[in-house]
Design a binder for this molecule. Sequence first.
Ligand code: HEM
Length: 457
Amino acid sequence: MAFHLIFCFFAPILFIFIFPYLRNLNRRQPPLPPGTLGWPYIGETFQLYSRNPNVFFASKQQRYGSIFKTHVLGCPCVMMSSPEAAKFVLLTKSHLFKPTFPASKERMLGKQAIFFSRGRYHAKLRKLVLRAFMPDAIKSFVPNIESVAEHSLRSLEGRLVTTFHEMKTYTFDVALLSIFGQDRVLYSEDLKRWYYVLEKGYNSMPVNLAGTLFNKSMKARKEIARILAKIISARRQMKADCHDLLESLMSDEQGLTDEQITDNIIGVIFAARDTTASVLTWIIKYLGENPSILEAVTEEQEAIGRGKEEQKLSWEDTKKMPMTSRVIQETLRVASILSFTFREAVEDVEYEGYVIPKGWKVLPLFRNIHHSPEIFPHPEKFDPSRFQVAPRPNTFMPFGSGTHSCPGNELAKLEIMVLVHHLTTKYRWQMEGSNSGIQYGPFALPQNGLPIRLFRK
Ligand code: HEM
């Protein structure tokens, strides 16, 4: 009797708990991808950051194949290193994955910035940003970019300088030019000063207590917002015919708020400056290490100036630089300054017989794809000639792919070409110290930012 009573009491409870399990068994939920999750919470963060992160990715790939699970920075993750997987996450099924960033970065850049947005708001922002950076819009910047490049290089003559540091100044100036047009000169020093404080907190813990890096950065953000408010207000009164990003963001019919404009301007500076500066730093290193390639680029650049009365570059000139373009492509491949990107699954997603559970982070590993010997034979070799043939679709993604791919890629290539033109035609340089190491900050960079000395030819 007692047994009967106990059974009657527990049976429904057991049923409630076991039924979903049985139902799942029946549905035969696919397994998680292979791999290990490491220690509770810490996961495999230590293994990832105690050495070059690419060694971690490569060794996991060797052991488990092109899709594997791990647990880093407090999050379970699935890493994917095949072109097909990157296409699935970033392009064909991008609606199943949302962009995701550390909390400190989201608060510093501003939560309404393009990177974090989705759906209609993202589509609207993208249209406005692309309008400012498409070839027709940036054509008119060539003379201004050229004077920024000439001025930057002149300021380095004869000094021992850190290439990355100097290239950051150049790419910052070009970013301000493309955002504010001529208005940039008014506030550029203040913006630069506060931006340097802001960026120090990008990877800090989001603890807003007096004296913390995060707190200082948030204060700097407020100062930047104050300066931007002045520029926006002046622009509203001026009603000038400008062709820069600010104009595009202000011209939206439904109107972006000042806060949305501010978040997106800070976001574009963040996206434009260190990325392009690291690529330029790698180009200077690879050209310095490969005299025959440097000679071919110099020859191409000198040919552009030959027979011209006015020694100024035009937009058309930048379309006559096939060798330089291949050097840029090969640098983007070998250096793969953005080794990967982050997304988060918005629901359980099945891929190749595995499940990626809702809430897990998903990392397409660009660098592994760019360094796959099946796709790019002898991947460690710097060989621009491999780009004489266009790479297979989805195998070369230095600017990402799909809905969040880089809208600034044309501007990035243009400013690189203009700087390389003046560098190779007027200067020679020598690299100082040991240059074999790579540092991550977070973009891949030659050791110590590549110290060099630059001389007039
Ligand atoms: C060589 C330099 C650059 C590289 C390698 C680069 C690379 C990338 C990549 C890989 C993404 C996609 C990230 C993802 O899918 O998660 C991206 C996004 C973005 N980039 Fe670039 N970028 C560069 C320069 C620039 C420049 C010069 C600008 C602006 C003038 C810019 C603006 C942006 C913006 C706004 C996004 C976010 C787009 C969105 O979320 O819809 N980038 N970039």
